[in-house]
Design a protein around this ligand. Structure first.
Ligand code: NAD
Length: 295
């Protein structure tokens, strides 16, 4: 996975101009990371409020770097000015690469991607940050599916090293090479994976969550499991904390996708802790209530 990515990275140069669709948690994070590593980026949303929030989050991250003495005030302003918030497609004709990070809805994504393809140059690469929608399915909305692949970042983008670069049925090697080059330029570790439910990471993560849920069903205490995994085993966080950080609603949705994709391995009997929390609208850190109460 990683060696394939390394070879591909040598075949392409990083983009001169990038663009992101969506200024939310992921789009805002990707725009920040691109600017931080020196690739100017257009950040498009349909909501002015989302753009303001995306810019303020980028400002906060840069202020932290300022406090740590990594950059000075002038550098902060310069980097921030390379993120260009916009409600229109103006400037997209100059983009070498566009990553889509709008809501996780196949119809919306297909429409946004087709609309974007009509605004960019013939050689512009399009990528989707989808967590669960097959890349080959989204590619059907495009005239140039060879220029399209998945580019799956993890939350929070500025801290998580891995990026899954997903090869759709029609994705070209040149497209993979360009996306791998951008991910590398962003300081990330890209891996190239085939298109399947859960790609790579969620195929590892969801069986782990399923094992955790079975332990709870057997009477285990989630706090104790977290404590063992964190303190004794040494992982940064245990499964209950991780689910709260990922979002119970997100996990609930992904769990269904995995069960549909791998019925023999991933279909569960009855309700589990994720279902119970989801039905109680305890979505985790994002609404301050999940396994834990968050401030
Ligand atoms: P979010 O709700 O924080 O942000 C989505 C943004 O897209 C919103 O600001 C919304 O206004 C904007 N938007 C909607 N329609 C648009 C359009 N037509 N054009 C431009 N912008 C539009 O969502 P998020 O958590 O950032 O997730 C975005 C994508 O990233 C989803 O596909 C999600 O599955 C994926 N993802 C999320 C995470 C995560 O942990 N949040 C991790 C990996 C991947």
């Amino acid at each position: 996975l990683k060696s394939k990515a390394k070879k591909l990275a040598q075949q392409a140069s990083a983009p001169q101009q990038a663009a992101v669709l969506g200024a939310g948690i992921m789009g805002g994070g990707i725009a920040f990371q691109s600017a931080w590593k020196g690739v100017p980026v257009l950040m498009k949303d349909i909501s002015e409020k989302a753009l303001t929030l995306g810019m303020s989050e980028a400002g906060k991250l840069l202020n932290k770097q300022l406090e740590r003495g990594k950059i000075d005030g002038l550098q902060l302003a310069t980097i921030l000015s390379t993120i260009q918030p916009t409600l229109s497609f103006s400037g997209f004709e100059r983009a070498d690469i566009v990553v889509e990070a709008v809501v996780e809805n196949p119809q919306v994504k297909a429409q946004v991607l087709a609309q974007t393809e009509a605004q960019v140059g013939e050689n512009t690469i399009l990528a989707s940050n989808t967590s669960t929608i097959p890349i080959s399915l989204l590619a059907r909305s495009l005239k140039r599916p060879e220029n399209f692949c998945g580019m799956h970042f993890f939350n929070p983008v500025h801290r998580m090293p891995l990026v899954e670069v997903i090869r759709g049925e029609k994705t070209s090697e040149a497209t993979l090479a360009k996306v791998v080059a951008w991910a590398s330029k962003m300081g990330k570790t890209p891996i190239v994976v085939n298109d399947c439910p859960g790609f790579f990471v969620n195929r590892v993560l969801f069986p782990y969550f399923a094992a955790f849920s079975l332990l709870l069903r057997d009477g285990a205490d989630f706090r104790q499991i977290d404590k063992v995994m964190e303190k004794q085993f040494g992982w940064p966080m245990g499964p209950a904390t991780l689910l709260d950080v990922v979002g119970i609603d997100t996990a609930h949705h992904a769990q269904r996708v995995m069960a549909d994709g791998f019925p023999a391995r991933m279909r569960k009997e009855g309700r589990d802790a994720i279902d119970v929390l989801f039905e109680a609208q305890r979505f985790g850190q994002k609404n301050q209530r999940g396994f834990y109460a968050w401030e």
